[in-house]
Design a protein around this ligand. Structure first.
Ligand SMILES: [Fe+2]
Ligand SMILES: [Fe+2]
Length: 138
């Protein structure tokens, strides 16, 4: 089982964004907990959909910040988010309709790998711009 725990490596220093990232890690940990106790498909679906809604909300918040501050990489960052949401949607449908096509552990690993890599690379890239643009972030 992958370790989906938050640690300081993921801290960007922007409280609202850090809170949302943390919430996404917590939801993956919930998913892993359900997988570990062999929870039913309904419960797995529910937590995946909760993750999906939080991811959509977080991406919208992040893209708004990048857009209003005129981040040059706004479009490509938004495309990264959209690609991930499409992959997530596809996999949620796949596990619901053909549970043998993909394992719950595969989905968990996909979410964890993407979230880690995206925060450490793509989200970190906008930090200097955001810090310079906004002085009084929450
Ligand atoms: Fe992002
Ligand atoms: Fe993010």
């Amino acid at each position: 089982m992958n370790e989906a725990t938050w640690d300081d490596r993921y801290r960007l220093g922007i409280a609202a964004i850090d809170r949302q990232h943390r919430q996404l890690f917590d939801l993956i940990a919930d998913l892993n907990g359900l997988i570990a106790v062999h929870a039913g498909a309904g419960e797995i679906q529910a937590v995946l959909q909760r993750f999906q809604r939080w991811a959509e909300m977080h991406f919208a918040a992040e893209e708004t910040l990048l857009s209003v501050t005129g981040y040059p990489g706004h479009d490509s960052h938004g495309e990264e988010h959209a690609r991930f949401l499409a992959t997530l949607e596809r996999n949620i449908k796949l596990i619901a309709s053909r549970p043998l096509a993909i394992t719950q552990t595969d989905i968990s690993a996909l979410l964890t790998d993407w979230l880690r890599a995206h925060i450490l690379k793509n989200d970190r890239e906008y930090l200097p711009h955001l810090r310079a643009s906004i002085r009084d972030l929450p």
